[in-house]
Design a protein around this ligand. Structure first.
Ligand SMILES: C[S@@+](CC[C@H](N)C(=O)[O-])C[C@H]1O[C@@H](n2cnc3c(N)ncnc32)[C@H](O)[C@@H]1O
Length: 433
């Protein structure tokens, strides 16, 4: 990774960049760090880099031309760097912003001094970062903070591959307490479990200490922490209160399909039904609300496919997109396909096999409860839910699916519109408990 630092005090940076882990990473070629004296790019004979503020007031302001010229010089050597101004007015710096910046191959830091830089440099800057709500005399120390914290996230910089991943903040927890020799210091013994050699017990103890420490010192962080079911069990066994700790959830991989052919009419004959504007909109909105991946509309009829596309385009790109952009976002979930076979082909190329589930208003066909499907979805199983129009999915489709969900209602009258059924079933399967 390459860092370029623009400063009027390059000497300030020498020692921090030439010691310890950063020095080793530079020697190993993992980091390239260059500092540039902004003064070298001043154009007047006094090499002035600052001037009095227009409008009066205290202090001096850094002139725009030398900074712009320094940026151009770096760009001429290597174009495309992400330019970051260190500024108390920038985005608050934390571990996740460090990880975000570590994804760049080339970062250019501008270190302000005095009252800061001329505001017209904004066009040259991609990002502004503050290292905290206090004001320093210059951006050099913040630049060092960023370089240090970003570098330790890069592969090969730390000795142990996942060391950074186990640090404080990496998962919304402060790190557990650490001890080294001697075994007894000032009358205090190292906790017994760390001497036991029982790695499972040590892991459980450390996790418990992390949670207790975070709860006591930084309860704000805990809201961002997620725990696996095993971890929650371990925490309980260590006597840690788990109320309020949030369980990990696998990303839901559920798609829905509204089938217009082959479906039954009320005489149980096989027919094709027409697309409705209401189903298109309402099922798209329910899908977006509950986090469904794709809403497939299955129809073999070309005029119907065209009609669906026209409606979708109106809300995604036409006047509808301007009038109500949220609707376009929901309709972006819709994919029109001519048959279930095409759907499986298209979906298969994007992520393997589905657990295919049918829905029906008929009783006696169910093979799996809502609770079971909910659990399987929570475990990340890729699932396709089929809904039939007309009087329901044709027997040839029912015969092909892996499982069938129980009908809704059960009070005698079972004629929900398909869009109502979709909403209710999505809520049963995906709503937060
Ligand atoms: C004295 S400060 C200027 C403060 C500015 N007048 C203001 O009130 O926002 C001079 C320079 O130090 C750097 N600096 C100061 N505090 C900082 C912080 N908390 N985070 C990042 N950079 C900071 C910036 O580069 C800034 O341009």
């Amino acid at each position: 990774m390459r860092f370029d630092i623009l400063t009027i005090f390059p000497d300030l940076l020498k020692s921090p960049l030439n010691e310890g882990i950063i020095r080793r990473a530079r020697a190993a070629g993992i980091l390239e760090i260059n500092s540039h004296n902004i003064r070298d790019f001043a154009f007047d004979r006094h090499a002035m880099t600052d001037d009095r503020p227009f409008g009066g007031g205290e202090g001096m302001v850094m002139k725009p031309e030398p900074v712009a010229a320094a940026l151009q010089a770096v760009n001429a050597e290597q174009a495309g760097g992400h330019v970051v101004l260190l500024s108390p007015q920038g985005r608050p710096y934390n571990q996740s912003l460090a990880a975000e910046l570590a994804a760049y191959k080339h970062l250019i830091f501008i270190c302000g001094r005095y009252e800061g830089i001329d505001d017209r440099l904004t066009d040259y800057i991609d990002d502004e970062v503050s290292i905290g709500d206090y004001v320093l005399t210059g951006g050099e120390l913040p630049a060092m903070v960023l370089i240090d914290s970003i570098s330790r996230l890069l592969p090969g910089v730390l000795g142990c591959v996942d060391s950074a991943g186990r640090d404080s903040f990496s998962r919304g927890l402060l790190k557990h307490p650490q001890f080294t020799r001697p075994r007894v210091f000032a009358g205090h013994e190292v906790p017994e479990v760390l001497m036991s050699g029982d790695h499972q017990a040590i892991r459980r103890w450390r996790l418990a200490q992390s949670v207790k420490r975070t709860r006591a010192r930084r309860p704000d962080l805990l809201a961002g922490a997620r725990f696996s079911a095993d971890e929650l069990k371990d925490l309980k066994s260590e006597g840690v209160e788990t109320d309020g700790l949030r369980a990990e959830t696998a990303a839901v991989k559920l798609d829905v399909a509204l089938v217009h052919y082959p479906v039954c009419n009320k005489n149980k004959e096989i027919i094709g039904s027409a697309i409705t504007n209401l189903d298109l909109h309402d099922i798209a909105r329910a899908s977006a609300t509950y986090g469904v991946g794709t809403y497939y509309v299955v129809t073999p009829y070309e005029d119907q496919q065209r009609l669906a596309m026209e409606i979708i385009e109106h809300w995604r790109q036409g006047f509808g997109a301007v009038y109500n952009p949220d609707r376009g976002q929901a309709l972006a979930k819709v994919v029109v396909v001519d048959s279930l076979e095409s759907l499986f082909k298209e979906a298969g190329s994007r992520g393997g096999r589905y657990h295919v589930m049918a829905t029906t208003a008929a009783s006696g066909a169910a093979t799996m409860s809502y609770k079971q499907v909910r659990q399987r979805l929570a475990a990340g199983e890729r699932t396709l839910l089929l809904f039939g129009t007309g009087w329901g999915l044709a027997p040839e489709i029912m015969a092909q699916v892996d499982d069938v969900l129980p009908p809704l209602g059960g009070k005698g009258y079972n004629h929900l519109s398909v869009r109502s059924a979709v909403s209710i079933i999505l809520d049963r399967l995906l709503a937060d408990a």
